[in-house]
Design a protein around this ligand. Structure first.
Ligand code: NDP
Length: 309
């Protein structure tokens, strides 16, 4: 059987299917037969460390469990004829739900009001202060791709006006802003859902945050690298930015204490797609890609850079 290097965890169902086709070696075990490895199963967080990729002379394919693949050096892989796959579409609805849930938790002060009940404040102090309505807001989507569109669709019943920024204008009815800062100045809530990597590094900077403003809400379900975290913390502390709902952070799983201390944030441990149902679908696609590559050299869902391979 061909040899597969497993980076990070896999589900039981994935392991069963993989064991039927591959001899599995785990990077975490420290030793593996480098010459023999032809396939890698990894995830969007762990990716493939550069020294690992360069130590595998016969590597043919990398299957990534997740749609974001910024932790894999696709340019280096492609230059060696190594095809990279990911799991688009099957997680669109789930990640969109996470974004909408964070937005609602911020607007309706879900955590504060939950604490109001648990702490006995309701009985001791009376009704909790009023919150803000999620209805009829203008929401700017940074990155109107597969998940961005799913977010727009999920917000439609709330009477939301959707506007967006991306590098290219899409064939949609929503207003397009070529300039991110200009969009931030004209929305109530900014939702980030671009890929990570150098092209989007800290594009939500101090200027964008100040444009979003004291009444603005920032939701980030993309990558921590997309937002200047230090600038965001300062803006939240100084009330130049109203609220933030965050699923992703610059140095996961480390989250700055200053951010954890803020009352105007809702923090999630990178669980955008983390439901049993969606992870099963992502796992199935991750394994489908590996098995199809084994059987005929093709793949189901290559990353855009590898569609011509
Ligand atoms: P798509 O490729 O379908 O969409 C990406 C969007 O981002 C496109 O609209 C693209 O438009 C835009 N974009 C890309 N680069 C830039 C840039 N430099 N400036 C502005 N806009 C840009 O991807 P998906 O919707 O499938 O996924 C998006 C990302 O969501 C993933 O890459 C991942 O990082 C993140 N994600 C997070 C999860 C979580 O658990 N929190 C789970 C799943 C995904 P254009 O090409 O015109 O620039």
């Amino acid at each position: 059987m061909p040899d597969l290097l497993q980076i990070g965890g896999v589900t039981d169902v994935m392991r069963e299917r993989l064991e039927a086709a591959f001899t599995i070696h785990k990077l975490a075990d420290g030793t593996y037969p480098a010459e023999a490895i032809t396939h890698i199963a990894t995830n969007g967080h762990d990716g493939v460390p550069a020294d690992v990729m360069s130590a595998l002379p016969n590597l043919k394919m990398i299957s990534c469990y997740g749609v974001g693949y910024d932790a894999v050096d696709v340019t280096a892989a492609k230059a060696r004829g190594i095809v990279v796959t990911h799991t688009p579409n099957v997680l669109n609805g789930e990640v969109a739900t996470t974004a909408v849930m964070l937005m609602m938790a911020c607007y309706r002060e879900l955590l504060r009001d939950d604490a109001w009940v648990r702490s006995g404040n309701w009985e001791a102090k009376g009704n909790a202060p009023l919150t803000r309505s999620v209805d009829n807001q203008t929401v700017g989507i940074l990155g109107l791709g597969r998940i961005g569109q799913a977010i727009a669709d999920k917000l439609a019943p709330f009477g939301t006006t959707i506007v967006y920024h991306s590098r290219t204008q899409k064939d949609v009815a929503y207003k397009y802003y070529a300039d991110l800062k200009e969009m931030a100045a004209n929305v109530d809530c900014l939702i980030c859902i671009t890929p990570g990597g150098p092209a989007t590094n800290k594009i939500v900077n101090k200027d964008v945050l100040d444009a979003l403003g004291a009444k603005g809400t920032l939701i980030n379900v993309s990558r921590g690298s997309v937002v200047d975290e230090a600038a965001m913390i300062a803006a939240l502390q100084e009330k130049r930015l109203g609220w933030a709902g965050l699923d992703v952070f610059e140095a996961e799983p480390k989250v700055p204490q200053a951010l954890r201390d803020l009352p105007n944030v809702v923090l999630l441990p990178h669980v955008g797609s983390a439901t049993v149902e969606t992870r099963a679908a992502m796992g199935a696609l991750t394994v489908d890609n590996l098995l199809q590559h084994l059987s005929d050299g093709s793949t189901v869902s290559p990353v855009p850079e590898c569609t011509d391979m």
